[in-house]
Ligand binder design. Structure first.
Ligand SMILES: C[S@@+](CC[C@H](N)C(=O)[O-])C[C@H]1O[C@@H](n2cnc3c(N)ncnc32)[C@H](O)[C@@H]1O
Length: 282
C-alpha cells in the first residue's frame, strides 16, 4: 500500500473513537473529548503507516492482543500524549519556589537533601529549569543539597530529556546570562544549546505512569500542564496521591490553567503574590 492510500484512510467513526478513548482512559487515565476525533485519527494513522495496518479496528486488535500489547502500548502512548514544554514556562511558579517555598522548606529541613519531583516532565525543560532556579536561589538562601526526580509515562520524551539539547522556541525565553552560564553551545550546530553535565547529573529520570507512581518523601512537586488531560475523578485521585507523596509541610505546583479548589483534598490553598500554591500543612 502506498503513502497516498494511507493518507486516504478517513477519520475513525464515533464507535471506534469510543473504543480507543475508553482504552486510553484505562491505561493512562487520559480523557479525550469527542471533538478530538480528528486529532486521535491523525496520530493513530502515523502508527498504521509504520505497522502497515490498514484500519483502526485491526490496530485496536493488535494493540490489545496480549502478544504485542506491552510493546505496542509504549508506541501508542507516544502518539496520544501531548508533550509541549519549554524553559522559563510560567515563571511566577519559580518566583514562588525561590521566595516562599524554599525558605519555608529550608527552615524545617536545612540539613536534609531536598527532593523535588517534576511529575510529567516531558522532554526535560521543567526539571532542568528547577535545577537552575535551585542553584540561583543559593545566592540568597545559602547552599543546600538537592535532587530532582523527573518522571513521564513516555519513554521517548525521557530519552530526549536525558540528552538535554534544545533549540528554537524551547530556549527563547531563557535570559541570556543564564543560557551562557548553564548551557554549552553545540560546535556542530550553533542553534543548539545543551545543558551542562553537572546540571544534568542533578536530575534522575524515570519512565512512570502517575497512576501507579512509587515516588515518595518529596519536599516539592511540580506537576504543571498534566492534570488538564484527565477527568475530574482522575484529577482528584492524583491530587490525593501527591498529598501522600509529600513530606509534612511540602508544596505542590500545578499549571496556571489547572485548579484543585473544587476537590476534596487536605491541601491548604495559599493565594500568594506569585499565584496559587498548595501546601501539605501539618
Ligand atoms: C504538556 S506536557 C507538560 C510538561 C511540563 N510539565 C511543562 O509544564 O512544561 C504533559 C506531559 O505529561 C505526560 N503524561 C500524560 N499522562 C501521564 C501519565 N498518566 N503519567 C505520567 N505522565 C503523563 C505526557 O507524556 C507529557 O509529557
Amino acid at each position: 500500500m502506498t503513502e497516498f492510500l494511507f493518507r486516504d484512510i478517513p477519520d475513525m467513526t464515533i464507535e471506534q473513537f469510543e473504543k480507543f478513548s475508553k482504552y486510553i482512559l484505562e491505561v493512562a487515565g487520559i480523557y479525550l473529548k469527542e471533538h478530538k476525533i480528528t486529532l486521535l485519527s491523525n496520530r493513530i494513522r502515523k502508527r498504521l503507516r509504520e505497522l502497515k495496518i490498514y484500519d483502526y479496528d485491526q490496530y485496536y486488535e493488535y494493540l490489545t492482543n496480549s502478544n504485542h500489547s506491552n510493546n505496542e502500548l509504549i508506541h501508542f502512548l507516544e502518539v496520544i500524549t501531548t508533550n509541549e514544554s519549554y524553559f522559563w514556562r510560567t515563571t511566577q511558579n519559580f518566583e514562588a519556589y525561590k521566595n516562599i517555598v524554599l525558605p519555608d522548606i529550608l527552615k524545617l529541613y536545612r540539613n536534609r537533601e531536598i527532593k523535588i519531583w517534576s511529575a510529567g516532565c516531558s522532554t526535560g525543560e521543567e526539571p532542568y529549569n528547577i535545577v537552575i532556579e535551585s542553584i540561583e536561589s543559593m545566592k540568597t538562601l545559602g547552599f543546600f543539597p538537592f535532587i530532582v526526580i523527573a518522571t513521564d509515562i513516555s519513554n521517548r520524551v525521557i530519552e530526549i530529556a536525558k540528552q538535554g539539547c534544545y533549540s528554537g522556541r524551547k530556549i527563547e525565553r531563557i535570559p541570556e546570562h543564564i543560557l551562557r552560564r548553564y548551557f554549552r553551545q553545540s560546535k556542530e550546530d550553533p542553534k543548539i544549546f545543551c545543558i551542562r553535565e553537572d546540571i544534568k547529573s542533578k536530575v534522575h529520570f524515570k519512565v512512570e505512569n502517575l497512576f501507579t507512581s512509587t515516588v515518595r518523601n518529596i519536599h516539592v512537586i511540580f506537576c504543571r500542564n498534566v492534570l488538564i488531560y484527565f477527568q475530574k475523578k482522575e484529577q482528584e485521585i492524583l491530587a490525593n496521591m501527591f498529598y501522600d507523596s509529600l513530606l509534612p509541610n511540602g508544596y505542590l505546583f500545578i499549571g496556571h490553567a489547572e485548579s484543585l479548589q473544587m476537590f476534596n483534598t487536605q491541601f491548604k490553598i495559599l493565594h500568594t503574590e506569585f499565584g496559587t500554591i498548595y501546601k501539605k500543612e501539618i
